[in-house]
Design a protein around this ligand. Structure first.
Ligand code: GAR
Length: 279
């Protein structure tokens, strides 16, 4: 199955951020320069103070926040009374990411996530995006959110600062460095119900040299993140992202761009002989 839209029209993107939003800025800049076959139609954050929201406003892109923290803790009795679009107990059975050993606590956490996600979905739907791009969105998304958008095919993308399946979670750069890896990696993948387990669309690597610290590594990796995310969006817009079934039943992605090899070589060259790594 081929993803994306095969006409020449630009994709419509909703971008979700939690913090500084440099990936978002790279998308805004590239879109403005005509290098991204997409327009960012809305930006959302789980934090009112995310600088990404300001970046969006400066670019005249509608920006919203859904303040997860303002949703009060729910006791078991409250859970019964809530009119939720999905049953938190069902989410709890399906998604094993919330690790609290107490099932009531887990369901309460999932119910609060669903309340926040219901608001995110309401806003995102009103902009009718083709894809939802998580760009430093540091929140778990539940099967409720995922299935809402994935009902007609994989529609949610995430960028992760490690070479998945190594180092999923929130500390990709730190864990890559602490493990003593000699190469770090960046991954863009579709989102499924696991923690950074969805089908991988693109990956690239950068060298880690003696003496490199976390700042150096993050700086090096982020430059590649911007390249990778834009390229994946362009591949989707061009219809170059093909979904295939592996013998085990897992969905995997094949990129059909005739320039694939050259693009990959370009990323590696940038990472290995670029100004920032030769010093
Ligand atoms: C990026 O490094 C991104 O890969 C990472 O957060 C950072 C956001 O930076 N995402 C994750 O770790 C997701 N698990 P930005 O706000 O400057 O784009």
């Amino acid at each position: 199955m081929r993803c994306g839209i095969l006409t020449r029209k630009k994709l419509r993107l909703a971008v979700l951020v939690s913090g500084g939003g440099t990936n978002l800025q790279a998308m805004i800049d590239r879109s403005g320069a005509g290098a991204l076959k997409a327009e960012i139609v809305v930006v959302l954050s789980d934090r009112p103070d995310a600088f990404g929201l300001e970046r969006a406003s400066m670019a005249n892109i509608p920006a919203f926040h859904v303040d997860y923290k303002s949703i009060p803790k729910l006791a078991a009795a409250d859970l019964e009374k809530l009119d939720l679009p999905v049953d938190p107990a069902d989410l709890d059975r399906r998604q094993k990411i919330v690790r609290n050993p107490d099932p009531v606590e887990r369901r309460s956490r999932l119910a609060r996530l669903v309340l926040a996600e219901r608001e995110l979905i309401r806003i995102i739907d009103s902009f009718q995006p083709d894809y939802i791009c998580l760009a430093g969105f540091m929140r778990l998304v539940t099967p409720y959110f995922i299935n809402h958008f994935n009902a007609g095919g994989l529609k949610i993308l995430n960028i992760h600062p490690a070479l998945l399946p190594s180092f999923p979670g929130q500390h990709g750069y730190e864990e890559t460095l602490q493990y003593g890896c000699k190469w770090g990696g960046i991954t863009v993948h579709f989102v499924d119900e696991g923690e950074d387990t969805g089908p991988i669309i693109a990956q690239t690597v950068y060298p880690i040299r003696p003496g490199d610290d976390i700042g150096k590594i993050r700086e090096r990796g982020l430059l590649l993140e911007y390249e990778l995310y834009s390229q994946v969006i362009n591949w989707l817009a061009q219809g170059y992202v093909l979904l295939k079934s592996s013998p085990g039943g897992r969905t995997r992605v094949e990129i059909t761009d005739p320039n694939y090899g050259a693009i990959l070589a370009g990323w590696i060259e940038k990472a290995t002989v670029g100004r920032d790594v030769s010093s």
